[in-house]
Design a protein around this ligand. Structure first.
Ligand code: ADP
Ligand code: CDP
Length: 238
């Protein structure tokens, strides 16, 4: 056991950064390659936001959001090949990606009661994965708040233009709003996530920053896997 009570060979990889830097793609691939579990904490904040909207709770009313935040039952499946998220037993993996949820999620995730509830669930998932070798956890505050003693901490970054181009490439049909509108929405969400009082988006002091603007996804995955393997070797020697 280590000082956090996890088996000594368990690995926790924390991957933080703003939208469109490659957190989800990188985290899933790294977890698959290294045989680890995978947790998308952004999906949990989105699921909480989806539930608020579905229950006519105004995301802009922090008191109403705080009061209701204990009600929905959230469950995250941590298989990197098929991650799942459900609320009150219903699969919400599609609806949590809607424009309505994306526009409201920063307000909901700034409410301290929402964060304390979800951080507790996230730490439970980390603890449960420890006996299965460990986990890759992605979000905004993993290295700073959720798992400050993570084995490896990564902060992914990229230019707003590259991030907007990537995100815009994913939108089709009526959802395709154009790169400029996508960039503006991303920058607005970054500002809200970085500016909130409770565990804002931030690079942990001991995180390794990777700028993915000019890297392929494979190069980013290789860099992260390399860092985890190096850390494992150092730990075995230490
Ligand atoms: N290094 C990269 N180069 C080009 N496209 C990338 C890169 N990393 C991720 N992508 C693409 O950008 C989009 C957003 O990636 P994603 O992993 O969802 O980012 P995040 O989780 O940080 O929002 C996806 O379509 C993904 O395939
Ligand atoms: N650990 C986390 C993860 C997400 N979030 C919030 O959840 C939102 C959605 O996260 P996400 O990872 O799904 O966002 P994308 O970058 O994938 O669009 C973020 O904009 C944050 O407001 C957070 O506050 N803390």
């Amino acid at each position: 056991m280590d000082t956090a009570g996890r088996p000594r060979d368990a690995v926790v990889v924390a991957i933080d950064g703003p939208s469109g830097t490659g957190k989800s793609s990188t985290s899933r691939a790294v977890a698959t390659e290294l045989g680890l579990r995978y947790l998308d904490t952004g999906a949990m904040y989105r699921a909480m936001t989806w539930w608020m909207l579905a229950n006519q709770i105004d995301p802009g009313d922090p008191v109403a959001v705080a009061t209701a935040s204990g009600k929905p039952v959230l469950l995250s499946g941590t298989d990197p090949l098929a991650p799942t998220i459900s609320v009150d037993g219903a699969d919400v993996s599609g609806p949590i990606r809607s424009e309505e949820v994306t526009a409201a999620v920063s307000a909901v995730s700034a409410v301290p009661e929402v964060r304390s509830r979800l951080v507790e669930l996230q730490r439970a998932a980390v603890a449960a994965a420890a006996s299965a070798g460990g986990i890759v956890v992605e979000g905004r505050d993993i290295g700073t708040t959720v798992v400050p003693d993570a084995t490896v901490k990564i902060y992914l970054n990229a230019s707003p233009e590259a991030r907007a181009a990537r995100r815009n490439g994913e939108l089709t049909g009526a959802r395709a709003v154009g790169v400029e509108a996508t960039r503006e929405a991303l920058v607005r969400r970054d500002a809200a996530d970085s500016g909130r009082k409770v565990s804002p988006l931030a690079k942990a002091e001991d995180a390794v920053e990777i700028d993915t603007t000019d890297l392929t996804l494979d190069q980013v995955i290789e860099a992260v896997v390399g860092l985890v393997e190096r850390r494992r070797r150092e730990r075995n020697l230490g």
